[in-house]
Write a protein that binds this ligand. Structure first.
Ligand code: ZN
Length: 323
């Protein structure tokens, strides 16, 4: 698993999980004068144990880390950051849109609740949608103290950190970035590209509460990466991906296929987001509401921006029809 040349060595840390993600992956990157950690798993003793073991097997300790790079703010990518910085004040780098999320900015989180409340209402989710908001509030309160303690240094498109170049790849999350070693044609992809499952482009508000066109962004980010010269991808979950261009294109094709299926349902007179989600996802509408609605809304926005559908508001609910 160890990939080494020119004093540039990658030690993948693969923590298995029984869930469909298969594993939480993060990476130690040894260069001649630095030791970088890319992503940081989930906050469990197991992940922590895997990190300390990987470090000690290579003759290092947590104190030898030079920096931490984060692909995005999700909890399964930043889990053990605080455990690390409790031992050594390692600089943390992430996209600027990660920072207020990781710092649990109160204004932003109030705005998020209002955003989803309004969104589910307009998508026709009714009382069921309201109950989901109550669940969201409970979850957010539970996570309120889950704050990254150290300062986070913002990075952006084409910044260079050691041997890596930053590429912004919003879609799966608005703050998502990937790290490319252009010389060795290696990409650290986070959740932007995973081999065995497709990533969700999760619908979210921006800092001003406006809905981000996440699926549109995701397709654009996939297209962007399909044009990069990459031989191997180190993803946030599952196995390494060789020659990923085909997979980038396959993911784009699948999104277009799904959009067409949803368009067919609209032609079939399912008009609201809620109706479409129930028709397309059946029971998952109840069991995985937020994810399912996110998918449908993403596709509705995508179809609308591609001039395939129009929407009209009746009694506070958007109704979509074929253009
Ligand atoms: Zn993620």
């Amino acid at each position: 698993m160890i990939q080494s040349n020119d004093g540039f060595t990658i030690h993948p840390i693969i923590v298995p999980t029984k869930y469909s993600l298969k594993s939480f992956n993060f990476y130690l990157l040894k260069e001649p004068n630095s030791l970088t950690l890319i992503d940081a798993g989930i906050d469990t003793d197991e992940c922590w144990g895997y990190l300390t073991k990987a470090l000690s097997e290579n003759g290092f300790s947590v104190r030898d880390l030079t920096r931490i790079l984060l692909t995005h703010n999700h909890e399964d990518h930043v889990g053990i950051v605080n455990r690390i910085t409790a031992i050594k004040d390692v600089p943390i780098y992430a996209h600027s849109d990660s920072i207020y999320r990781l710092k649990r900015d109160k204004d932003y989180f109030v705005l998020r609740v209002e955003f989803y409340q309004q969104l589910y209402k307009e998508m026709g989710c009714g009382d069921f949608g309201e109950r989901q908001i109550e669940k969201l509030i409970v979850l957010m309160k539970k996570n309120a103290n889950n704050v990254i303690q150290s300062d986070i240094i913002p990075i952006k498109e084409l910044d260079k950190i050691s041997g890596l170049t930053v590429f912004e790849t919003p879609g799966h999350s608005p703050d998502h970035i990937v790290f490319l070693d252009e010389q060795r044609k290696r990409l650290f992809s986070g959740d932007h590209l995973v081999g065995h499952i497709s990533s969700n482009a999760i619908v979210e508000p921006d800092r001003n509460g406006r809905r981000i066109q996440t699926l549109r962004q995701y397709v654009h980010s996939l297209q962007k990466c399909s044009n990069l010269d990459i031989e191997i991808v180190y993803p946030g979950h599952g196995e390494l991906i060789e020659n990923p261009q085909e997979l980038f294109n396959y993911r784009i094709d699948r999104i277009h296929q799904k959009s067409n299926l949803i368009l067919a349902l609209i032609k079939d007179r399912f008009t609201t987001g809620s109706q479409l989600a129930q028709a397309f996802y059946k029971d998952k509408y109840n069991s995985e509401f937020a994810l399912v609605m996110s998918e449908i809304i993403g596709h509705l926005d995508y179809l609308e921006s591609n001039n395939k559908v129009i929407k009209e508001k009746k009694d506070g609910v958007w109704h979509y029809s074929e253009l």
